[in-house]
Write a protein that binds this ligand. Sequence first.
Ligand SMILES: *Cc1c(COP(=O)(O)O)cnc(C)c1O
Length: 365
Amino acid sequence: MPPFKQEIENIKTYEAGKPFELIARDYGVAEDEIVKLASNENPFGTSPKVKAKVAELASKMHRYPDDSYFALKLALAKKFDVKSENIIIGAGSDQIFEFISRALIERGDVILQNKIAFAMYAIYAAQVGGRIIRTDTLRHDLKAFEKLLANNPKVIYICTPSNPYGDALDRDETFEFLGKTDKRTLVVIDAAYMEYAAFKDERKLIEPKELIERFPNAIYAGTFSKAYGLGGMRVGYGIARGDIIEALHKLRPPFNITTLSLAAAIEALGDSAFVQRTIEHNFKEMTRYESFAREIGLTYEPSYANFIAFTFPKGKNASDTANALLKRGMIVRDLKSYDLNALRVTIGLSAENDRFFELFRERWR
Ligand SMILES: *Cc1c(COP(=O)(O)O)cnc(C)c1O
C-alpha cells in the first residue's frame, strides 16, 4: 500500500445511514413500510414545482451547467439582499466547509467548535492536519467559546440552530460574540436550519446581510437540503465579504453542482409557500413529540429545527432502542457517536410520527 498521509490515517470514515434496501433485506420489512426519521429531510419531499422543472430539464443533462451559477446567485442575492459577489455555491454546504478547511487550515492550526456538532467540521479539518478544540458544553454556549479564544483558532464553527441538539442562539448574543473575535479568525455561522428557527422565534434569526456588513471575518453557510427538500441534489451556499468569497472560489472545482441541481435550487427559491407549509407542519408536530417525551419520562432540548433529541434516563439504553426500532423499519439517529445516551428524531409526516410513538411505546414497557 502506498504511504497515505498521517492525517488520512487518523480519520474515521463518516458513516451515513443504512440504505432502505439493506434494512428491508436484513430485517424482513417491506421497503415501503420503512420510515426514515434520521437525516432531517423534508417529510413532504420536494416542491411539486421543483419536480416538474427537473423532469422538464431531464433532456438537458448532457449539458454542463452554467458554471458561474449566475441565475442561482442572482436569486439568492435578491432573497438575502446581498450581491452575487458575496455568494459561493457548493455541493451542499458541506463543500463550503471543505473549501474553508483547505483554504485556511495548515497543520497544527486550531479549529474551535461545540462539544457536540456536525461531524464534518472536524473531518474536513483533520484532513488538512487541523487541531480540533471543543467546548465542554452540550448546548452552544458562547461564554464557553469565548474562554477558548485564547487558543487563536483559525476557524470557529457556530451552528445555530445546532445539530444534533436543536438549541439556537440569539442574534444579539451571537453578534456580541463575533465582536470579540480576532479579524484573522474565520467565524462560520452554519445556518442549515435557520429557516426553522426564524419562524419559531425571530430573535434567533441571523441574516447574512447584517452579519457580513458588521463582521468582515464571518461567513454564513446555508443549504437547500433541509427546509427546501433537496438533500439528494446537493446544493448549498456561503455568503461573506467579497474577498473571502474570491479566495474560496479558487478551491471550487468547475461544475461542482449539476445541471439538474442548479435548476432545482432556482425553482425551489421561487416556491416559498412550500417551505412555509413545511415549517408550520414541523412545529405543530413538534409539540406532539414534546408531550410524548413528558408523558414517557424522556428529557429533551427545546428544538428550533426539524428534529428533536431525546436523552434517556440511566438504566435505559438509547442504542438498544434505536436497534429495536430499526428491526421494525423505523430509522432514527443514535447519538452514541457523540457519547450521548440519546436519540435524534426527525419530525416526519403525522402518520410517520404516530408510528414512531406507537413503536416507541411498545419498546418502552
Ligand atoms: C444537513 C446539515 C448541513 C448541510 O448539509 P448539506 O446537505 O451538505 O448542505 C450543514 N450543517 C448541518 C449542521 C447540517 O445538519
